[in-house]
Design a binder for this molecule. Structure first.
Ligand SMILES: C[S@@+](CC[C@H](N)C(=O)[O-])C[C@H]1O[C@@H](n2cnc3c(N)ncnc32)[C@H](O)[C@@H]1O
Length: 295
């Protein structure tokens, strides 16, 4: 498929922008720019946006999509890991207590999933890369070869929470031997399927293994923790932190913000997408949105 015809359907779009309480002329940070869906809504409501993404393709796509807004200084885009949110804000002169809202829409974008060379998808014919940031040096393929079977099993247990981790680690190491240096995403997904006790069903049996590798390659949990450590200081009083997460490991880190002294949680239970949204966009099925407000 032509990359330019791919559209990323933004998850919980109206809800997240409403929770940010966007006001004209105030400052917002979109930590996960992706296709720019959330940023477009914040801009439409009159917000001034700093958009971050580690993915070169996402950055280039949004620079083109928002050419006018960038020229009018309503949007600044930076190719940055959100773990560096503090620096990124200060680089454009946004100091502590000057930002009205910060948004995270975690996980991968449709652009990343549909690009066959990146190895994020169960059907990718390309090699198992999984780096969101192409400047990282270790791919998922490298990781599989570098780790022992025991280490791989622990990784699938800890980052994929998959009870079949031991069996899968053995099957993946066997595949690695046969693949002689280059494992294809599709072959990995098939090996997991063949070794899983769950062969049919709505969810692909390789979902948790792919999740585990992706988390490890991109240091996703460490980046999220670091970013959420820095974000509250940037917010002005009553400024909001809105976070959309897609699995329990992310949600656990997000929930820890309850203990941050400078924040209050807006609702005890997280928001979830409507059944219409899930029917329309199955990738939204595991999304949870949590909102915190600066005291
Ligand atoms: C689900 S997509 C965001 C989609 C976007 N909200 C939209 O509506 O189009 C997540 C994006 O976050 C980016 N991302 C993931 N981890 C990141 C990190 N640590 N720092 C910056 N960007 C990150 C990914 O590259 C991806 O483009």
């Amino acid at each position: 498929m032509d990359k330019e015809t791919i559209v990323h359907k933004s998850v919980l779009l109206n809800e997240s922008v409403a929770y940010l309480k966007v006001e004209k002329g105030l400052r917002y940070i979109d930590c996960t720019l992706g296709g720019g869906g959330h940023t477009a809504e914040i801009l439409r409501a009159g917000g001034i946006v700093l958009g971050l993404d580690v993915d070169e393709y996402a950055v280039r796509h949004c620079e083109k999509r928002f050419e006018k807004e960038i020229r009018e200084k309503k949007l600044t885009i930076a190719k940055r890991n959100f773990a560096e949110i503090g620096h990124a804000a200060k680089e454009i002169g946004w100091e502590d207590r000057q930002v009205s809202g910060i948004l995270y829409d975690l996980g991968v974008s449709t652009f990343q999933l549909k690009n066959e060379e990146r190895g994020f998808s169960f059907t990718d014919k390309g090699h198992l890369d999984m780096r969101m940031d192409e400047t990282l040096s270790v791919t998922a393929n490298d990781l599989i070869y570098a780790l022992s079977e025991g280490e791989l099993s622990d990784l699938i247990r800890d980052y994929g929470e998959d009870p079949q981790h031991k069996k899968f680690a053995k099957a993946i190491k066997d595949l690695a031997k046969k693949a002689r240096g280059t494992i294809r995403a599709e072959d990995l997904a098939n090996v997991i399927k063949n070794n899983s006790v769950y062969k049919s069903g709505r969810i692909n049996p390789a979902t948790r293994v792919f999740q585990a590798l992706r988390i490890a390659v991109n240091s996703e949990l460490e980046s999220l923790k670091e970013s959420l450590r820095q974000a509250p200081a940037l917010l002005k009083p009553e400024g909001r932190l809105v976070i959309i997460s897609f699995h329990s490991l992310e949600d656990k880190i997000v929930k820890d913000l309850r203990r941050a002294p400078a924040l209050k949680e807006i609702a005890k239970s997280p928001g979830v997408p409507s059944s219409e949204e899930i029917d329309n966009n199955p990738s939204a099925r595991s999304a949870k949105i949590r909102i915190y407000e600066k005291l």
